[in-house]
Design a protein around this ligand. Sequence first.
Ligand code: NAD
Length: 547
Amino acid sequence: MTKMPEKIIPRGLQLLHDPVLNKGSAFTAVERDALDLHGLLPPHVQTQAEQVERVLGNLARKPTDLERYISLIALEGRNQTLFYRILVDYIEQMMPIIYTPTVGEACQQYGKIFRRPGGLFISAEDRGRVAEVLRNWPDRDVRVIVVTDGERILGLGDQGSNGMGIPIGKLMLYTACAGVHPSQCLPVTIDVGTNNTALLVDPLYFGLHERRLRGPEYDALIDEFVEAATKLFPRVLIQFEDFGNENAFRLLERYQERICTFNDDIQGTAAVALAGLYSALRITGETLRDQRVLLFGAGEAGIGIANLLVLALTEAGLPQNEARARCWFVDSKGLVVRSRNDLSSYKLVFAQDHEPLADTVAIIESVRPSVLIGVSGKPGVFSRAVLEAAARQVARPIVFALSNPTSLVECTAEEAYRWTQGRAIFASGSPFDAVSLFGHRFVPGQGNNAYIFPGVGLGVIACASRLVTDEMFLAAAQTLAQQVSQAELDEGRLYPRLTHIRKVSHAVATAVIRVAFGRGLARMSVPNDLDEYVRLLMYEPEYRSYI
Ligand code: NAD
């Protein structure tokens, strides 16, 4: 287990108010004597298991998931160890609360539910003094920063400073899913204003009440942040999260060969989608090169998925042009074809020689896809007509409706199974319950990025890799697909149960480390026993004795 950084143990109330050290009612009688705690706690000493039971009972009595979110965040602010114990042991129940879909609502309500910041804000007004602001963060051994500028929060658009819920939630998953120590995680929101008019006129909005900074001044602020962060925390991994389309691609291109960084919306999503595809192909018995993939949405997620698919196909021996020819895109204007003159450079790469088409059913009948991937943020795009058309093309259509949160999904699990007569192999971005139809029980897969980014991050940190490469995401996708058991596949699951997430993250991390060593990117020598080395790094939320 990662050792908690040595801290001088305070006494009395000061100790109870320190969320990292506090054990609440679990302080033993001897500790209470030694640390001046007598009388400050009720007399009965509880075990951690009893504390867990109490918290779970309280959560169950809350009327909504947003209330559960507020309650969990408050617990993290009082007793970090107990909070992570619950997250680790009840990850299936807790993930939808601390992450999507509830975190989306939490961001939208941030101004109302705010208790304490939980991360670091850097604003456009901090230009010239970003290093000073970063130094205000109390922990010095920061290894992962998740940073957002709040422009494209999940599928909910511009949330400005209220987007802080996202880096906080993602880093909680780093700890819960991959055992990265909480003190090594730093959530950052860069507030460059917002173009969300509702926020701009809201007097209670916490962020800058001005329109978004763009152009060279924006770039200079991000540059200043990256430079200051990598100087103050020399081994840090910077994960860019929920930036708007233009900035996300540009910033990834700008930094990915220079610093240890990745963009989860582009690269993490790509790996989780590709892993789902590998699993689906284990069910159909086909190969990746046999597939025709039609992506609805040519944004960060869509382009990221196609780029990784092309890498996977070229590694499997296909020339690049043939690999690209297997990826078709539909965006808000219809099929992405060469004759269109409104395509950005990253879409142009995938433009096909085909007549322009806008009608989705006509597109499906012409392209004849075996795989439909929805990353459009447009609910209902996979209509009954679309799903029926897809089911006419192949025996087992692979349908991934990945848009988040649930209100934006392209189709529900039930719709996917119903309109393909139960033949669809389905995965979604937000969780869906199992569906009983046609005398069969279907268990939908959840293509949750949490299967990938915590493990990739752990691997990168563990070997102090200089860079994060696309090959690492390919290795992560292949490893994730291998972690799905035959019994899980038989149920229709394309991803392992979330209860196995720490084992999955461990496997992903070791695969990533092997790539880093293979490419000469690791800033350390190969450990004798890699599996054991990674396992020992993973934080376990257990109380320590203070005596
Ligand atoms: P984005 O804004 O970068 O891209 C959205 C794309 O959808 C754009 O290219 C737009 O032209 C296109 N589009 C809009 N209307 C369309 C329509 N009717 N038909 C087809 N395309 C249409 O957003 P993004 O980062 O790519 O994310 C898209 C969605 O995917 C979001 O809802 C996000 O939450 C979700 N997502 C899910 C996961 C996951 O579940 N693992 C991961 C990442 C993103």
